[in-house]
Design a protein around this ligand. Structure first.
Ligand SMILES: Cc1ncc(COP(=O)(O)O)c(C=O)c1O
Length: 285
């Protein structure tokens, strides 16, 4: 059976989907998106993702009402069911719309919404053994809190990391570490977690927010300060968080600094909590 996609409010076969030549997301990266994880056929934290999409739309001056949010959420569930997706992701994008190329946008363009699903197994090996990450200068714009499709700084950094046999790039502005190219960063030092505060310089990850709740449940204190690159060497543990990478331990930093680490106990405790959430999602509770 042909794979289905969502185009506007319609679910259609992927090979029938058509985009305007003049979509602003192509010319300007003028759009926003979300990636939602599916475990056992059920979406994980759909409402949080939809809320963040709505916030991104507000910040970008793209019309997206609470009613649009509810309709989209229902359509995404339908798409996932039509494609019989058990283990994977839902990708959804909202572009400002199509208009003859002009930097100046008008406010009458109709946003273009589309979504697809993709099967994706959980990264179980990496969750256990950890990954190497590549430290490199953060060259992105100053509104990283918006989940926009304009991801040039992120994709260039990711390529650089891969060219150094690393699974993720970790970005820093001068001495201050911000986040990964598609993840948030945490370190642990003396039983305390540290992560960049949710400012304009990072995306406030859904997994980051979930992990912060676990930390509170576990009675761990959290320091919301940019991590100084010099402090990585003294860290007891480090990990990244994201929708697709969950809570992934870092065993090595390369690039600007070289640091080796072991998969730590607090990382493992947070992973156990996450595992409980996955089980709950899989069972539909
Ligand atoms: C730049 C950036 N930071 C953080 C994250 C993690 O966010 P989430 O946990 O919502 O997937 C992502 C996810 O793609 C990202 O692109």
């Amino acid at each position: 059976m042909a794979e289905k996609v969502l185009m506007g409010k319609e679910i259609i076969a992927r090979n029938e989907a058509m985009f305007s030549f003049d979509d602003r997301s192509m010319y300007f990266g003028d759009g926003i998106y979300e990636v939602v994880r599916i475990y056992g056929g059920h979406p994980y934290q759909m409402e949080m993702h939809m809320q963040r999409l709505q916030r991104s739309a507000e910040e970008m001056d793209i019309p997206f009402s609470t009613e649009d949010k509810q309709t989209l959420s229902a359509s995404l569930n339908e798409l996932k069911n039509e494609n019989h997706l058990q283990e994977g992701i839902l990708y959804v994008q909202v572009s400002r719309g199509a208009a003859e190329r002009n930097h100046l946008y008008e406010r009458h363009e109709e946003p273009v919404v589309f979504a697809f699903t993709k099967e994706m197994p959980r990264p179980l090996d990496q969750l256990q053994s950890g990954i190497a990450v590549y430290l490199t200068e953060d060259e992105r714009w100053l509104r990283c809190d918006i989940k926009s499709v304009n991801l040039l700084g992120n994709v260039l950094a990711k390529r650089k990391a891969a060219d150094h046999d690393c699974q993720e790039a970790v970005l820093h502005r001068g001495n201050e570490v911000t986040e990964g190219s598609s993840s948030n960063l945490f370190i642990v030092k003396d039983n305390e977690l540290q992560t960049h505060p949710a400012t304009n310089l990072i995306l406030n990850g859904i997994t980051r927010q979930v992990v912060l709740e676990y930390a509170e449940q576990l009675g761990k204190s959290v320091r919301y300060d940019p991590i100084d690159i010099e402090d990585l060497a003294g860290a007891d543990e480090a990990f990244i968080t994201s929708t697709t990478n969950e809570v992934t331990p870092i065993t090595e930093f390369r690039g600007t600094k070289h640091v080796q680490l072991k998969v730590g106990e607090i990382t493992k405790q947070l992973q156990e909590r996450f595992e409980d959430d996955v089980k709950k999602t899989e069972s539909g509770t």
